[in-house]
Write a new protein. Structure first.
Length: 461
């Protein structure tokens, strides 16, 4: 295209031109281009009010090129991919990514043929990205959102080995005819998120007659939040890396390395561990603090766990082998959950599909002494998530809509999960659709289900 206000072949020119977007709203961009007055009614405002169309606005009205669906980078001459993506500022001032960063669709029938991430079309397309971050504010019109950051971003060297392994995990599932079993929880930084309109949006996969949900390569929300704060907003989030030398990951996976660091403490009395690491057993964060010490982390947070959305959960096993209690999750709001209509866009699906858990398994012996038995990584199988968990989610919404919020699915109703109170006391409530209030509740994974998952993992190991 002739007479562009920047040079498409120059990284520096594209970036310097993009800096003109800082602290402007999308409406400002249109006004400047068309020399519109404040009280004018421009013909094209409504063209960009739909989801995803803010990126189109930047492409067409600011960079002056027509969007395309080619597999190459948007500025192919300079090797730069454009990504326009929202961020949120919490009440405490902290920033977080609002959503995953979608890199490109997965072609099951073609992508599995390339096992090397660096040689893959998705890396060649996104090796260098121009990130345009705008502040999402739900009380504002979409075109009034303000662009807060403009950044040229490439994958940090310390992250590449984990991303390479993530890619390999996704590709191997496709190659083995298991694309229908892919979950974001399989991987750490690079994910494979669902992209169909619903569960019927499926497509063929190699080496299997089973059709799989359409998916796209993405960078996880947790990873983008870390990148936002450390590399874009330049904020110190007080995290420390488990991997002190990225070369370690050329010979082992991140999960295997973490478990190798924890293994020397297996079958150790918890009281002696607490004394050794100066951790109080009655501390609410006891398990996390103990894991940090075992992994030689001194700062507040574990960097790779923050990036991967890995959550540490304590599993307590009685001396008879039964798990002591079910596993709770954050309380849901009655008025909010009933507005959810798409399972794949629900908070519950997002929480389970993207998270991975490090189970720290403790067991009481015959003398009622607590021992740290072992650790394992786990994420919920996609079949359980889209099967039994979805059923409980749907039934929960139906009952709340019918004002049966005190009679939600119980443990006996489902083999995987249930709903029950999760509040400080009877006064700890959320509003209900009928104008009343009910004690806070949350989804729980059944204790028997957790036991089955641990036993299954042990048999595999």
């Amino acid at each position: 295209m002739n007479n562009l206000p920047y040079d498409r072949t120059s990284k520096d020119s594209i970036y310097e031109y993009a800096l003109n977007l800082l602290n402007k709203s999308f409406k400002d961009i249109l006004k400047e281009k068309y020399e519109l007055k404040e009280d004018s009614a421009p013909y094209n405002y409504n063209d960009f009010k739909g989801k995803g169309n803010l990126g189109t606005l930047i492409e067409k009205e600011f960079f002056l090129y027509d969007p395309n669906t080619k597999s190459e980078a948007d500025f192919s001459e300079a090797g730069i991919e454009l990504k326009v993506t929202p961020i949120i500022q919490n009440k405490n001032g902290l920033l977080r990514a609002k959503e995953r960063l979608v890199l490109g669709m997965i072609d099951y029938m073609e992508d599995y043929k390339e096992e090397d991430f660096i040689q893959s079309h998705i890396y060649k397309k996104c090796a260098l990205m121009l990130l345009i971050n705008y502040l999402y504010e739900p009380t504002k019109e979409r075109l009034d959102y303000i662009i807060k950051f403009v950044t040229l971003f490439s994958f940090p060297k310390e992250d590449l080995e984990i991303i390479k392994n993530d890619y390999k995990i996704i590709i191997n599932k496709i190659k083995n005819g298991k694309a229908h079993e892919i979950s974001e929880g399989d991987t750490n930084y690079l994910g494979a998120c669902t992209k169909g309109a619903d569960s019927h949006s499926t497509t063929k996969q190699p080496n299997s007659p089973i059709e799989a949900m359409r998916r796209a390569f993405c960078l996880k929300n947790s990873y983008m939040t870390y990148i936002l704060n450390k590399y874009i907003a330049n904020k110190d989030n007080q995290s420390e890396s488990v991997i002190k030398d990225s070369n370690i990951l050329k010979h082992t996976s991140f999960e295997d390395y973490v478990l190798s660091q924890l293994k020397p403490y297996y079958n150790t009395n918890v009281d002696s561990l607490c004394e050794r690491f100066d951790v109080q057993k009655n501390n609410k964060s006891f398990t996390y603090l103990l894991a940090k010490k075992m992994l030689n982390i001194e700062k507040d947070k574990i960097e790779e766990f923050e990036k991967s959305n890995i959550r540490i959960k304590a599993i307590r096993v009685n001396k008879n082998g039964k798990i002591k209690e079910s596993m709770s999750f954050p309380a849901f709001e009655y008025m909010k959950i009933i507005k959810e209509t798409d399972w794949y866009e629900s908070e519950l699906y997002d929480m389970f599909s993207s998270a991975k858990y490090l189970f720290m398994i403790f067991q009481f012996n015959e003398n009622n002494e607590l021992y740290f038995k072992r650790a394992m990584f786990w994420h919920i199988p996609e079949s359980d998530l889209n099967g039994e968990v979805r059923k409980v989610w749907e039934e929960t919404i139906n009952r709340i809509k019918n004002n049966n919020y005190n009679d939600l699915p119980k443990m006996k109703d489902n083999t995987v999960c249930h709903v029950r109170p999760h509040a400080r006391n009877s006064k700890d409530t959320f509003p209900t659709p009928d104008g009343k209030a009910a004690v806070k509740k949350c989804f729980w994974l059944n204790s028997n289900y957790i036991k089955e998952q641990i036993s299954k993992k042990e048999s595999e190991d």
